[in-house]
Design a binder for this molecule. Structure first.
Ligand SMILES: C[S@@+](CC[C@H](N)C(=O)[O-])C[C@H]1O[C@@H](n2cnc3c(N)ncnc32)[C@H](O)[C@@H]1O
Length: 339
């Protein structure tokens, strides 16, 4: 069998054929239309992704980045709950399936995924990309048309992902969506753009999940209130996205990569069936500053504070670990398993 883990590379491969046959000018126009729609008023009363060229533009322009952002959030959840593997997964507002690709990669194909979205062209393209992926889990995923709103009901599931969706919803639909995710799932992962307003939506959803009985597995070291004062700063992270030549053609620019900024929360239901999650002791919330003989870390720490740590050569192994530590990592790094 042609078995490929749905990695970023496999996704680039599946996307490569997408704009074939569409003249570059038309592809660029489709991207511009899409950007204008997203810059305009959201939520909209009807899908933004209306036809094949909209979804092709979305997939080429955004999917590699949303995939990497979700991938980072799932890596943090896996660090907090290393023993847990979801058997079932629902991707709400899943579009062309970026989060579903990330789930299939994170747990090596073990979760059966269902992707729900109200835009049929997005689901159709998602199905096609899944088919091209060579991944049995993606090929077996179910793609269903469904509208997010107060009437949304999903079956009980191990994991729900909600990736880059909250911005597109009315406040009431956002609350209904998070409530339904919290009711139905053992673990919920929500990812939004890493902007001040994306962070505020994540913080609101985080509180709603906590009020519904879940606890935060990542990025926060605790389930208490966020120590960041809204309006002064926002908690966000960065994921590096390699750009294929197709991606460069659609987005312009010549760099071989870009950095996708995102905010997220991963929360779990404590209890017998849920994942046993231990959040990081501290989370690195800025890119570490490496100076001569020292590394400066900005941390979110337990019980509820923002703090700075300077790790110098004198700290030996810890200094070496700090030099390898990245924005978004747990600090100190989890001890490697001893054989
Ligand atoms: C920015 S895209 C994100 C797609 C995908 N989750 C990702 O991370 O790439 C937002 C998705 O939410 C879907 N969406 C927005 N409002 C919706 C609603 N009321 N019901 C169902 N889907 C909705 C859109 O059709 C679109 O596919």
């Amino acid at each position: 069998m042609n078995f490929t883990l749905p990695t970023a590379e496999a996704l680039r491969g599946a996307l490569a054929g997408l704009l074939d046959g569409l003249p570059p000018k038309q592809a660029a126009q489709a991207v511009e239309r899409l950007i204008a729609s997203y810059r305009g008023t959201t939520p909209t009363g009807a899908p933004v992704l209306r036809d094949r060229s909209d979804v092709a533009a979305y997939a080429a322009y955004r999917m590699p980045a949303t995939f990497e952002a979700v991938r980072s959030a799932l890596a943090a959840l896996r660090d907090a709950a290393p023993e847990w593997t979801p058997a079932t997964h629902v991707d709400l507002g899943g579009g062309t399936g970026a989060a579903t690709w990330a789930v299939a990669e994170a747990w090596e194909e073990r979760a059966a995924s269902t992707v729900l979205d109200w835009a049929e062209p997005a689901l159709a393209l998602g199905r096609e990309l899944a088919e091209a992926s060579g991944s049995p889990a993606l090929r077996a995923a179910t793609w269903q048309r469904s509208r997010i709103g107060p009437a949304l009901r999903i079956e009980s599931t191990d994991l729900v992902t909600i990736s880059y969706v909250l911005k597109e919803l009315t406040p009431a639909d956002r609350v209904a969506l998070v409530a339904e995710a919290a009711r139905a799932a053992q673990a919920v992962v929500i990812v939004e753009p890493g902007t001040p307003d994306g962070y505020l939506r994540v913080i609101e959803a985080r509180q709603q999940l906590i009020d519904a009985g879940l606890s935060v597995a990542a990025p926060c070291p605790h389930s208490g209130a966020c120590p960041i004062v809204p309006g002064t700063d926002w908690c966000h992270f960065s994921a590096r996205v390699s750009r294929s030549s197709l991606h460069r053609q659609v987005k312009g620019g010549s760099l071989p990569y870009e950095d996708e900024k995102f905010s997220y929360v991963a929360a779990v239901r404590d209890g017998a069936d849920g994942p046993a999650a231990v959040p990081a002791a501290n989370r690195v919330i800025r890119r570490p500053q490496i100076r001569k003989g020292m590394v400066l870390l900005e941390l979110c720490a337990k019980p509820r504070e923002l703090t700075r740590e300077t790790v110098t050569k004198k700290h030996g192994d810890l200094y070496r670990a700090a030099r390898d530590t990245d924005w978004g990592d747990a600090w100190p790094p989890p001890r490697p398993e001893t054989a």
